[in-house]
Design a protein around this ligand. Structure first.
Ligand SMILES: [Mn+2]
Length: 343
């Protein structure tokens, strides 16, 4: 599934034939696990987690020159600029599952090129390349809200982490040990780049999920301790956000002055608790409200968001039930009024 056998073989060859690869990856569990799968196979190279917007542009040329790789892998990143690719003197392999783009000077692997609806996570593709570290792969895949494939095999091997009767990704995420592990993967990506990179380095050496969940090795303990620090912040915000739930269809919560953005994670977890509401979670930063919007199956978001943004200084977009938006602070109340009328 996803790519052809020939494509997987081609990717495996590319990975097996490099000595100093540089990996760029998205800062979410899917991107992180994609990197871990490839790195743990070849045990060479360096990873760079792209933290601001999911885009590789000319500003990363310097990072490539500093490291001097013999091959570049770009994982789970929706956008790569042509000027970056044109400056590369070594092969670039790009594995992604977002909206396909036309680019030159890159070997591009995206299941959506053959089938526009096949947006199977990048960590699934990376698993099929290396065929090992199933638990890492499943953290990435379920972290991107996919349950099958591989979940059956995973449940058989780790029944305590994912009971067999779980068939929905949100249930897997918010009511199982596997979900706890995925939360840990997403929390360790928060904070300063230096701390993030330390955790990722440790993760490349962990053998089993229990080391992390039970803190049974020094490495596992290290990851767990870091995740717990971040979780404290998250839990405070979640508690506050849940206080703003009323009879209203819209659950609106915003915060400011924190080091990390948790709007995505909060919106997802609150939607799981209130599947029939519309969730709007925002973080105020630099005069703007950065928002995550979620709905249950009864409302399709993008057309609603487009209308709500009509007379507003801001932009946004995304998937049917999950969108992001960025609104100038002076227009925020108007935006919320618009949204209320539309839902
Ligand atoms: Mn992804």
């Amino acid at each position: 599934m996803a790519l052809t056998d020939k494509q997987y073989k081609q990717l495996r060859d590319e990975l097996d034939h490099c000595k100093k690869p540089l990996f760029f990856f998205h800062d979410d569990p899917d991107g992180l696990c994609s990197f871990l799968l490839l790195y743990r196979h070849i045990k060479e190279g360096k990873g760079i987690c792209i933290k601001s917007s999911p885009k590789v542009d000319a500003s990363f040329i310097r990072k490539v020159e500093e490291y001097g790789p013999d091959k570049i892998f770009i994982l789970d990143l929706a956008l790569v600029n042509q000027d970056f690719l044109d400056a590369m003197k070594v092969p670039v392999i790009w594995i992604d599952h977002h909206q396909p783009l036309e680019r030159d000077n890159v070997k591009y692997f995206n299941p959506r090129v053959a089938d526009s609806k096949d947006n199977i996570p990048a960590s699934y593709i990376c698993y099929r390349i290396v065929e090992k570290d199933l638990w890492v792969a499943v953290c990435g895949i379920v972290g991107d809200w996919f349950l099958p494939p591989l979940s059956k095999e995973f449940s058989e091997r780790y029944p305590k982490l994912l009971p067999k009767n779980i068939t929905k990704p949100d249930k897997a995420l918010f009511s199982t040990k596997l979900g706890e592990l995925i939360k840990i993967f997403s929390f360790i990506l928060k904070g300063k780049t230096e701390d993030v990179m330390k955790c990722i380095k440790v993760l490349t050496r962990i053998e089993t999920p229990y080391e992390i969940l039970e803190g049974s090795t020094p490495q596992g303990k290290f990851i767990l301790r870091r995740a717990k620090q971040i979780e404290k912040d998250y839990d405070d915000l979640l508690k506050e956000a849940l206080k703003s739930v009323t009879k209203d269809k819209l659950i609106l919560y915003y915060y400011k002055g924190r080091e990390n953005s948790f709007t995505k994670e909060l919106a997802n977890e609150i939607l799981f608790k209130y599947p029939n509401k519309v969730i709007l979670i925002c973080r105020e930063k630099g005069g703007e409200m950065k928002c995550s919007l979620r709905t249950g199956p009864d409302l399709i978001l993008p057309p609603i968001l487009e209308k709500a943004l009509h007379d507003i200084d801001g932009y946004g977009g995304g998937h049917e039930h999950a969108c992001g938006a960025c609104i100038k602070i002076d227009d925020f109340n108007q935006f919320v009024d618009n949204l209320r009328k539309l839902i």
